[in-house]
Design a protein around this ligand. Structure first.
Ligand code: TRP
Length: 330
């Protein structure tokens, strides 16, 4: 039997997950756990790079994230789920890689430049923030995976990881690390309720934990085609914020019917939102049921993280032996 391809990905714990996280990443993870040898980790050290001042909510966020992951179908029997900071060797690898990473690579990173400009409510002039891609490289290559599933936004960081790998292998003359490859999540547009990018900080999200009572007013207030003022005006699904959701949640036939009814002014936005809400309920119900079952088992999250951490530790210590030998640090 051919060994399963190793896969690794992570997310920063920032509170409860919204459906953009599901369609942009988790959906893919849940599929990959069936065919690959998967590690998924909660990047709590990465959360510190911008939220170093207020660390009290972090442990809760870590647990919430694991509950959200499992409620969407990540199954600890099929993949390893662990917490980044449980694997101290990642910090050792990060330090060693930091020695061979030119500053220019980090300063040129597009996400670094962009965030430095856009995030003005925090001081990001710190060393850890600049080194975000080095830590991310350590996260990835410590498991020597084939695949790193993620969205388009992660590509610059992954490219950085590949460059560091080439430099390491070249400098120490041993192929310790294979170059990890991106597994892009098929593009899924999930605009926020107001049409901006869905984000917790904009308050425009549809969360996996939202109840029907929370969802109803949110969906009612959603922006649709701004040119459609009356029900008798024909609408344009291609500029509407709602229609991308029908593409994700409705079958093709229903999508075609909705499109036809909208463009011919046969159906108004209120009725269209009703269909969306119903489909959203159908999508969220099994997630809610799994969440209930998870929360009914008090020690479960800790057990999952402990077991996943053991498996991650075994994989990493193997790599670290090779790294220390390559660098004459053993
Ligand atoms: N950068 C990822 C995010 O924005 C988190 C992350 C950290 C990650 N290390 C990683 C993703 C390694 C994939 C692989 O959430």
């Amino acid at each position: 039997m051919q060994a399963k391809e190793r896969t690794l990905s992570g997310m920063r714990p920032t509170g409860s997950l919204h459906i953009g996280h599901y369609f942009g990443a988790l959906r893919n993870w849940v599929a990959m756990q069936e065919t690959c040898d998967c590690f998924f980790f909660v990047a709590d050290w990465h959360a510190l790079t911008s939220n170093y001042a207020d660390t009290a909510p972090l442990p809760g966020f870590v647990r919430d994230m694991v509950v959200d992951w499992m409620s969407t179908g990540l199954d600890p029997e099929k993949c390893s789920i662990y917490r980044q900071s449980d694997i101290r060797e990642t910090a050792e690898l990060h330090l060693l890689l930091s020695m061979i990473t030119p500053l220019g690579w980090l300063e040129r990173c597009p996400t670094y430049k962009e965030q430095l400009q856009n995030i003005t409510d925090k001081d990001l002039g710190n060393y850890g923030f600049l080194g975000y891609p080095v830590l991310m490289t350590a996260d990835i290559i410590q498991h020597r995976p084939h695949w790193v599933p993620g969205g388009q936004d992660q590509l610059p960081h992954l490219e950085q990881a590949r460059e560091i790998v080439r430099r390491f292998n070249g400098m120490y003359g041993v192929e310790v690390f294979p170059e990890p490859e991106a597994k892009l999540t098929p593009a899924a547009r999930c605009p926020g309720l107001d049409g901006r990018k869905m984000s917790k900080s904009y308050g425009n999200g549809i969360f996996l934990r939202d109840t029907m009572e929370e969802l109803t007013p949110k969906i009612r207030g959603m922006f649709t085609d701004p040119a459609r003022l009356r029900k008798s005006d024909p609408g344009n699904p291609d500029v509407c914020n709602l229609f991308p959701y029908h593409k994700l949640l409705a079958d093709e036939e229903t999508q075609a019917e909705i499109r036809a009814a909208c463009t011919s002014a046969g159906m108004g936005c209120v009725a269209c939102k009703k269909i969306f809400l119903e489909n959203l309920q159908k999508f969220l119900n099994p997630i809610r049921e799994r969440r209930e079952a998870i929360l009914a088992q008090p020690g479960l999250v800790d057990d999952v993280l402990a077991a996943g951490g053991d498996k991650a530790a075994a994989s990493v210590s193997e790599t670290m032996r090779l790294v220390r030998a390559a660098m004459h640090m053993d």
